[in-house]
Design a protein around this ligand. Structure first.
Ligand code: IFM
Length: 449
């Protein structure tokens, strides 16, 4: 994409994002209970290199240093998640005051630094005790999530004004319960679909709980991982596969949230595996939200393949394109296509990019990390956002993923997404070249030249 000045509207929010299990460490401190990710990562063979989140970036102890780094980057906002098992070590009962205190200290320190907290309630770390009772496949977990949301809203509502109920429910449902790549490692389509419905319903329940405590101007949203889907070839079968993949990944979540129904074509495709939905569920899920969080990394190019799983869809990696260390195509035009489609088809009141970024195999050389590829990835995706804003898409913020290198789930520490490099042996932080460049973006309110 050519370089040009792209100065965003006044008030545009510049941030970076993380998640509790990926950075906090302190897995058994101050009363925190185990989550499904503790269990999963400690199960041999589930995570590359046997890595776990036991220590991670030790952010639990080093958050003041990390907030000082956020200031260096000029962040106006920081998106982080609360570890449910710090607040409810067994998922229910009495809240753990030490867990609440940690997040209060974190939020107070952010506010003192002039950084607005954006709080995600669920970024995949379900208390293990709730998994032992069926986890998200059990409808009771929806109510436990509502209680947790209420407790956190009471504890932090005076100082937190932007809430995200869930991060990427598609990942939690399908990687956690269909492919088994994520905790809790189940492999069953019907379970995955029931979980997806309960996650959406719990979004509704948490939204209601937060709104009951909220002040005027407080905002509640949900973050979805979304991707435009393109057919690999020009056959009808590929076109249908692309439509189906769009239904699986995008419409399965967008339609209930914005239209109050699951897509008919997907209900037909899933047949007996479709989830049990009770009367009134969809109306609650369809209640207005203040913003839609969008996590975008790559487009999906797919072809029909009768042998590829329940969707009969196979991913294709177009030749001759750039790829990140995750094997994800670098395709900024997909972000523009996605934002304009969301605006056209679903018209959310506001949008925020709650994650966007890239993993590359960074190295510290003479005290510096020269990550030109990440800088260019971010640059080109910001230009895509700018184009969308210019065309009237109500995009209000952008959060780079991620503030720090961190625990990349099944890949462990092997993949680095940070604006800041972490040496896990010493916990030394080094701001990468992309981080210094992002500091210019936040200062200029956009990309110059
Ligand atoms: O690290 C994850 C994050 O937890 C959720 N969104 C995608 C990121 C990169 O895979």
């Amino acid at each position: 994409m050519p370089s040009a000045d792209a100065i965003f509207p006044a008030g545009f929010v510049w941030g970076a994002a993380t998640a509790a299990y990926q950075i906090e460490g302190a897995h058994d401190e101050d009363g925190r209970g185990p989550s499904i990710w503790d269990t999963f990562s400690h199960t041999p063979g589930k995570v590359a290199n046997g890595d776990t989140g036991d220590v991670a970036c030790d952010h639990y102890h080093r958050y003041p240093e990390d907030i000082a780094l956020m200031r260096e980057l000029g962040l106006g906002a920081y998106r982080f998640s609360i570890a449910w098992p710090r607040i409810f070590p067994t998922g229910m009962g009495r809240p753990n005051p030490a867990g609440i205190d940690f997040y209060r200290r974190l939020v107070d320190a952010l506010r003192a630094a002039g950084i607005e907290p954006y709080v995600t309630l669920y970024h995949w770390d379900l208390p293990q005790a709730l998994q032992d009772q069926g986890g998200w496949a059990n409808r009771d977990t929806v109510h436990r999530f509502g209680e947790y949301a209420h407790t956190v809203a009471v504890a932090l509502g005076a100082v937190v004004h932007n809430w995200i109920t869930h991060n990427e429910p598609w990942v939690a449902a399908f990687l956690g319960h269909l492919t088994g790549d994520h905790a809790p490692g189940a492999r069953d389509l019907r379970t995955a679909l029931q979980v997806s419905h309960h996650l959406l319903l719990s979004h509704a329940e948490a939204t209601e709980a937060i709104r009951a405590e909220a002040a005027v101007g407080d905002r509640v949203g949900i973050t979805l991982n979304l991707s435009p889907v393109e057919p690999a070839g020009d056959t009808n079968a590929d076109a249908e596969a692309a439509h189906r993949h769009d239904g699986y990944l995008n419409r399965w979540f967008l339609d209930p949230l914005f239209r109050g129904s699951y897509p008919d074509d997907m209900l037909r495709w899933y047949g007996d595996a479709a989830p049990t939905v009770q009367g009134g569920d969809l109306a609650r899920i369809n209640s207005p939200i203040d913003f839609l969080g969008v996590n975008y990394y790559f487009r999906s190019v797919v072809r029909h393949d009768a042998a590829s799983g329940p969707l009969q869809v196979a991913q294709v990696q177009p030749a001759g394109r750039p790829y990140t260390d995750m094997g994800w195509e670098v395709y900024p035009g997909g972000l523009y296509a996605l934002l304009t489609r969301l605006h056209r088809d679903y018209a959310p009141a506001a949008l925020s990019i709650t994650e966007n970024g890239a993993a590359f195999a960074d190295q510290v050389v003479d005290g510096a990390v020269v990550d030109a590829e990440r800088q260019s990835y971010l640059h080109d995706h910001l230009l895509a956002c700018y184009r969308a804003v210019e065309e009237g898409v109500p995009l209000q913020g952008y959060f780079a993923w991620s503030l720090l290198d961190n625990f990349e789930w099944a890949y462990g520490y092997a993949k680095r997404f940070g604006l800041i490099h972490v040496d896990y042996a010493t916990q030394r932080r080094t701001v990468k070249q992309s981080g210094r460049w992002y500091a210019e973006v936040t200062r200029e309110n956009g990309v110059r030249g």
